[in-house]
Design a protein around this ligand. Sequence first.
Ligand code: FES
Length: 282
Amino acid sequence: MAEQNGEKDDQVDQKRRDLMKSIGLSMGALALGGVSAFNYLLPTTKDLPVMSNYPVAVLVDPEGNPITSSQIPEASPDSTVYPIIVFNYPLQDEPNILLKLKGTSIPGGVGPEGNIIALSGICQHLGCTVPLLMYFPHGHIPFEAQLIGYNENNWPEYGLLYCKCHGSQYDPLEGLHNLYNSGPAPSPANHSLPMVSLYVDPDDDHMYAMGMNSESAVIRTHLWEPNGEVHGPEVVKENLSGGTVLPLYNGSTPLSMASKISGNIYETIVVTSSNGPWPGTF
Ligand code: FES
């Protein structure tokens, strides 16, 4: 049994070495290929015991076809519904909420109008995830938020991400500084939702997750706790150990990105709350 475990550990270690090698190649090639590396350079203050860098992952629909930024539905100030749009990153089982706001740009947003962002779907308070944490546009104030004093006059124009567990609130319009404490009740969370560094390839409009924004908070489940769990802006270390890496891109659609990097491209499936195939009707 010990021998079997040893073989398994060796296989896992080899996969990790391969991943780290391929990601290193990807980053170097991207820098050379003229694609800005600014958004996904790792902060030197974070501790990454397993992955030396984040994977480059193309966003695909459940059939494995890359989605385009133009396909993402938009939420406007008069929207009454918005689908849950989620993908895992940087590891499996780590949801992020994909969101596009109509008629406004967002700090750190991507796409032709700079209005597309992806924020962690893991609440920074105690870790509740989608769908307990989700986006509610201006025309859809959740019942739980109404109980703490929100109404159509004080629910922000472009809505909030609201966690039904204990009422944490995050303003997507503020990009990576999205913690919201301007409403009738304070947010139990004490820092913003981490922000995924997205990239839209101008050649084919395909979308990629390239890392976590180095200025944003650490993903709630990545808190590094050498001396006990720490919360707030003092958290500077991120622990990616023990997770499952994303699969390699397996679709038949050629990716323009493939000619810009020499390393592997991984994939992450975008799932929605809508009926029918992506992007469905909203
Ligand atoms: S876990 Fe989200 S508000 Fe507590």
